[in-house]
Ligand binder design. Sequence first.
Ligand SMILES: [Zn+2]
Ligand SMILES: [Zn+2]
Length: 287
Amino acid sequence: MKDVTAGSDIALSRRVAMATMHGKERVLQASFAAIGVELVTPAAFDTDQFGTFTRDRPRAGTMLDAARAKAQAAMRETGLQAALASEGAYGPHPTIPFLAAGRELLLFIDAAQGFEIVEMTIDEQPTFGHCPAASLADAKAFLERIGFPRQGVIVAPAGRLTEPVAKGIRSLQALEDAISVAAGHSPDRRAHIETDMRAFMNPRRMEVIGALGAQLTARLSAACPHCRHPGWGKVRTDFGLPCSLCGSPTSLPRRDVYGCVSCDQEEYRDRSPGSLADPAYCPLCNP
Ligand SMILES: [Zn+2]
Ligand SMILES: [Zn+2]
């Protein structure tokens, strides 16, 4: 077994509380086992108390706040000194109109050593969407596109989305029944069908969370070149690649910044060394 603390003087927690009740540990376990860390899932852990995707309970604060609250609760529940929590948000793409995007965040807290690591990713091809339907036939194309029944759905009356009639639907019969009940409660006699975004109902989310787990464990096994603390990795991207015509900073990414979770050490890696931005992206040359 590989030692997670290789090259570092800091001893990481070997047992980490996993703040989930949606089976995410299934896609995270292997990456953590590979660095000698065991994920411990508390019995009967209700993460839905921290807000859900299904509009019944709105989420408070930022994604990071929500993940921290879950991680703290998982540590209390298990008595462990470290926790892992995952959080996702889905909606319109931040910069490209009419596209959907998902943000996934994974937070690792080591309370014994007093540090945390946050890994984030944007999924530009999420399984996320909705469709109005008065009958099962109306939803056929939508269901094919999202990969039903591997992908589960939620059904609510159109116009009354905060009152879903069924969640976690994965059979045609259950879906047909839910459409008929929802249409009966809808002011315009239609059901609203949407992708169930809970991870265990959304295979695409599971895949993305698994990849994020591998990213996080890679950071846990990398020590800072300056202070030897574990958790060295990419912390942000700097924008402002210079314009090839006038040299002004543009909106394009310039370099990735690597950093430490414990000291101020930073390292810059140019995205494509020596390259300059097309003046089309320049706020001065092409306002
Ligand atoms: Zn320019
Ligand atoms: Zn450091």
